[in-house]
Design a protein around this ligand. Sequence first.
Ligand SMILES: CC(C)(COP(=O)(O)OP(=O)(O)OC[C@H]1O[C@@H](n2cnc3c(N)ncnc32)[C@H](O)[C@@H]1OP(=O)(O)O)[C@@H](O)C(=O)NCCC(=O)NCCS
Length: 162
Amino acid sequence: MGMSQTREIGAEKETYTVRPMVESDLTGVARILVSSGICEDEDDLSRRVGLLLLEGNRLCFVAVADPGGPVLGVLLAIFNGFHVFLSHLAVHAEHRGLGVAQRLHEELLVHAVRLGAKGVIADSRLTTTGFFYRLGYRVPGVVFLVNRLEGTDGMSRTAHLP
Ligand SMILES: CC(C)(COP(=O)(O)OP(=O)(O)OC[C@H]1O[C@@H](n2cnc3c(N)ncnc32)[C@H](O)[C@@H]1OP(=O)(O)O)[C@@H](O)C(=O)NCCC(=O)NCCS
């Protein structure tokens, strides 16, 4: 299961644990992802991540304050048999710069290696490419394209194709 990390702030000591996400984490997870500006709707987010957990996803992790405290950080990823896709990573604003995201990422790498993944693809923002670069990510010689489906029924996006 999870491993505790200790960080020190002045004379104080705080610990947190990184572990696989469970259903009871969903409210805290949604709160952090929305407050970080990555997502907009907490209810929609809880539903989507809840489905991931129901499907047996083992690549969603949280960092929680000890003992049994609130969620401090979140990482969501999936595996498609080739690569692991890291789609969401966020740490509560008051707990940034302390290595929490790096620790969540380390946990992902351990699982990705166990799964035999060829690599990890990260969905970064321009403001966080430095962070991912620091963790070893590099821009590949390919461009990823996105066909946004929100507000469509899917069919209308391809209706013009032969
Ligand atoms: C990006 C984010 C997850 C980093 O979390 P964090 O816990 O503060 O990061 P860490 O403390 O583990 O940082 C690890 C290293 O990366 C560096 N780093 C952190 N954020 C960085 C950034 N935006 N740009 C460049 N380097 C960064 C740290 O200085 C640290 O380097 P060091 O080990 O040499 O000191 C956090 O700032 C966040 O939640 N941002 C909002 C959400 C977001 O944009 N997520 C990414 C896209 S999905």
